[in-house]
Design a protein around this ligand. Structure first.
Ligand code: TYD
Length: 247
């Protein structure tokens, strides 16, 4: 793993920016998070691309357990496992990066716990949110991009990807419908933090729209990103970007 410390010459924000991507399984959020990360790096900004669960070595083990454990895990234990992953990730990766002026682009965060465990698993949404806030000492994103997509379209994408379903993906349509409704309700409550987009839109057009939105946020934040097309090639990111997803 390379060091996230910015090098001389990189554009550094005075304090970092925390951008999370949320949405149901098959909504395309991981693709969009990757595209935004690469866009920021291309702008010469210092960025970190990470995810939950699994953004640290401990988190990687929790991810295996919570997504692929063969037996039952009761909902409260599941919520605690996601919160444990989050606590360690925020303390050891996210907060230090933000303090160093890095833009953190993260695939899933506490809104996933509220939607999946709080509402999907029918625990209490407020309590689950409080649990995450306790775990992270109150860290909330500056921006949350919510990719909303019709459940049938999302399922079709997951089927086309032809991968083994994890414990959450394997839940039925009713569960995923609850999760979708929960995300939309969260976005409604925190309109300033959320940017809701249609996950069914073509990926490149969507990526450009998200990049423009982030440019606006950076301008208000004192950063220096310029508008531009989202890169299309898959070249490796320059060294001032760090990607924890391969942990
Ligand atoms: P994700 O990494 O998006 O899955 P994939 O690698 O298949 O794209 O997320 C893994 C699963 O974990 C997903 O079904 C949502 C679930 N999840 C929760 O239930 N609660 C949480 O707090 C988080 C972060 C994820």
């Amino acid at each position: 793993m390379t060091d996230a410390a910015p090098r001389a010459g990189d554009a550094i924000l005075e304090r970092g920016l925390f951008i999370t991507f949320e949405g149901g399984d098959g909504s395309g959020k991981s693709t969009q998070a990757s595209l935004l990360y690469r866009y920021l790096i291309e702008q010469g900004l210092t960025a970190l691309h990470t995810r939950e669960p699994g953004g640290t070595d401990v988190g990687h083990e929790i991810r295996e357990l919570v997504l692929h454990h063969r037996g039952d895990i009761v909902p409260r234990a599941e919520a605690l496992l996601y919160a444990a992953d989050r606590a360690h990730h925020v303390a050891t990766v996210v907060r230090p990066a933000l303090e160093a002026g890095t833009i953190v682009v993260q695939d899933r965060y506490l809104d996933s716990s509220v939607a999946y465990q709080g509402v999907g698993r029918e625990l209490d949404a407020v309590e689950v949110r409080e649990l995450s806030l306790w775990a992270t000492q109150g860290l909330l994103p500056d921006l949350t991009v919510l990719l909303d997509i019709d459940e049938a379209d999302a399922r079709a994408r997951l089927d086309a990807a032809n991968k083994r379903f994890d414990r959450l993906e394997a839940q039925g349509a009713e569960f995923h419908a609850r999760v979708r409704t929960a995300f939309l309700a969260l976005a409604e409550v925190e309109k300033d933090r959320f940017f809701v987009v249609n996950g069914a839109e073509p990926a490149e057009a969507l990526a450009t729209r998200i990049a423009e939105h982030v440019d606006g946020l950076l301008a208000r934040h004192g950063g220096a990103a310029g508008a531009g097309d989202v890169p299309r090639d898959t070249a490796a990111a320059p060294a001032h970007g760090t990607d924890t997803r391969s942990l």
